[in-house]
Write a protein of this length. Structure first.
Length: 387
């Protein structure tokens, strides 16, 4: 089994020798296997890689290749795409250079892809046997989990079999990809691979334990987080934008009802309750028709079950929001209409995620069955928007 291990690096010199040593052991007896570093470093990392490559050649170890980029176009994601263009083997495994991704799992990922006829095998921290303990601190764990949930909410069909779309550790069959469609940015390339293209990929998962960094510091920054949100927007804003439009219409309706009832002499407290009930039902019916229609047949619940879950969540959210509005009006002396509008905006993302991941969540499929047309059409439309 010939595998190319693609390792995008940026100032990872202290990790190189240990990474290659463990990959050498993991890939022993696999002719044609090699390690390809695609390096954007501004320190001595390239010379360290060249030294390790020379030592491997002298001792007959796994071959080590280096592509050093003077211009880091697309960041680490761009480095991965450049590496995929240079791959000559049927399978490639993408992994970080900091040893938080266990090299011993490389042949397991590629082997699973070959045995099951898959296009991509994702190393997941969030399925049975996986663990994200190596993330630095509780905040990064919260951000990672939240980011994954948001991505799966925006691509419920393409990511229906993927629990960890944020991982940087995965095996891929380059022949299944159209690399010209990829628009890499930042360091989250897997989502780009899975979401773009004219048809969904056959995806499987393998659990892994996210380890501690061997050396160096994390490259995750606020800027990278902003790039991730920009990537999500460029890939797919269609479903979320339709949800937002309906939510915006509901917000206008909600505020208008509160205003009208107050003008008719009703106290704002019952006005809030009536406005919430009307907009919850109206929003649900519009979302059924214009936002989640393609998920209904593939979902887990029937109409009345969906309605019940939607009403229960939105009702609970509306009660909590109304309590917050009352408190703000009484304590901070905000105008009721202003307070209601602010709270509606705050609740938007939570409602979208709940409906995508609970009310309309698609049933998991066997990878070979593929996905449905909406995500394919959505990704194609996104391709045109980015070009």
């Amino acid at each position: 089994m010939a595998i190319t291990v693609i390792v995008p690096t940026f100032n990872e010199g202290p990790n190189v020798a240990e990474l290659v040593r463990r990959l050498d052991e993991a890939l022993t007896g696999m002719p044609g296997a090699c390690v390809l570093f695609v390096d954007d470093s501004r320190d001595d990392t390239p010379s360290i890689i060249e030294g390790v490559a020379a030592a491997q050649a002298e001792h007959g170890g796994i071959p080590v290749r280096l592509i050093h980029r003077e211009v880091a176009l697309g960041g680490l994601s761009g480095a991965v795409v450049e590496g995929l263009r240079a791959v000559e083997t049927e399978w490639a495994v993408v992994m970080d250079g900091d040893l938080q991704h266990p090299p011993e799992l490389v042949p397991v990922l590629a082997g699973k892809g070959i045995d099951q006829g898959l296009d991509v095998v994702v190393a997941s921290r969030y399925i049975g046997g996986g663990d994200a303990g190596g993330l630095d601190g509780w905040w990064r764990k919260v951000v990672s989990t939240s980011s994954a949930v948001l991505a799966r909410s925006m691509f419920p069909l393409r990511l229906r079999n993927v629990t960890d779309p944020m991982t940087g550790f995965f095996a891929v069959r380059p022949g299944a990809l159209n690399l010209d469609l990829l628009r890499p940015r930042g360091f989250k390339i897997l989502l780009e691979v899975l979401a773009r293209g004219p048809k969904p990929l056959n995806v499987g998962e393998e659990p892994f334990v996210f380890g501690e960094r061997f050396a160096g510091d994390s490259k995750a920054t606020f800027t990278q987080g902003a790039l991730y949100l920009k990537q999500l927007a460029s890939l797919r804003f269609g479903r979320m934008s339709r949800f937002a439009i309906i939510g915006g219409m509901g917000a206008v309706l909600n505020v208008a009802i509160v205003w009208l009832l107050e003008m008719l002499g009703m106290d704002y407290r019952p006005a809030l309750v009536i406005a919430a009930a009307v907009t919850i039902l109206t929003n649900f019916l519009l979302q059924e028709r214009f936002v989640f229609r393609d998920l209904i047949d593939q979902g887990r619940f029937g109409f009345w079950s969906r309605l019940g879950r939607s009403v229960a969540f939105n009702g609970t959210e509306a009660v909590l929001r109304s309590i917050a509005v009352i408190w703000v009006v009484e304590a901070a002396h905000w105008l009721p209409v202003v307070a209601q509008a602010v709270m509606i905006v705050v609740a938007f993302v939570l409602r979208f995620v709940f409906h995508s991941q609970v009310v309309y969540r698609p049933r998991r499929t066997q990878p070979a069955l593929g996905s449905a047309a909406d995500d394919a059409l959505g990704a194609t439309a996104a391709d045109k928007q980015v070009q």
